[in-house]
Write a protein that binds this ligand. Structure first.
Ligand code: HEM
Length: 184
């Protein structure tokens, strides 16, 4: 995984819990204090950063992954403003452009193992989201990512896990319900 992801985890921990907590996580995992954004690191390292944070906070890894997903939206919106803006100005357009967004990211990060997304059963205010990943265990992050997108686009968004890899499918499915805030 690109170091950008580990660096974002580090920044979230330092912002929310302080630099000492980050020091504790480095001690537990043997991770470096900082990461090269464009460097490649084993996926296991990223998962062990998450696990250590759970241990220190006494919470489930699902919760940490959800919170990180939400944080990731603001992180990339700030650090990759132009790419982010190109993907769309409202929730549904943006979701439909997630694959082309990662295709553009892959032009600067050629080793990217990007996620894939598709939509089915679209009706007014709802659709089924299909999330494809070469990795296992990232699906709780999707809930936080979509919470973050909802916040960004003034839209109330709720996700319910339907079925997925846990049930033997090759990808995860979520029911998405959304409604734009009236006064925005
Ligand atoms: C400019 C904005 C973005 C950039 C620069 C970016 C970049 C990245 C990078 C570097 C990774 C790590 C993958 C690897 O190293 O192999 C990643 C993974 C991922 N990204 Fe993005 N991303 C962006 C926006 C988004 C958005 C808006 C979403 C969803 C709402 C998203 C969903 C994911 C997910 C779920 C993964 C985990 C990979 C997996 O499933 O295997 N990203 N992205």
């Amino acid at each position: 995984m690109y170091g950008l992801v580990n660096q974002a985890i580090r920044d979230m921990v330092v912002e929310r819990f302080g630099v000492e907590t980050w020091g504790d996580i480095c001690a537990l995992t043997g991770a470096d204090e900082l990461f090269l954004t464009m460097g490649q690191y084993p996926d296991e390292l990223t998962f062990s950063l998450i696990e250590s944070l759970c241990k220190l906070q006494g919470c489930e890894s699902d919760v940490v992954l959800q919170n990180f997903g939400e944080y990731w939206i603001d992180y990339v919106a700030k650090n990759y403003q132009e790419l982010f803006a190109m993907a769309g100005g409202d929730f549904v357009t943006f979701v439909k452009n997630l694959n082309s967004l990662h295709t553009r990211v892959a032009q600067m990060m050629p080793e990217l193992q990007a996620p894939g997304f598709s939509i089915s059963d679209a009706q007014e205010g709802r659709f089924v989201l299909h999330y494809y990943s070469q990795r296992d265990g990232m699906q709780p992050m999707i809930i936080g990512l979509f919470r973050g997108l909802g916040r960004r686009f003034a839209t109330a968004v709720s996700l319910t896990y339907l079925e997925g890899k846990t049930e033997g499918l090759d990808h995860d499915c979520f029911q998405v319900e959304y409604s734009r805030h009236e006064d925005d």
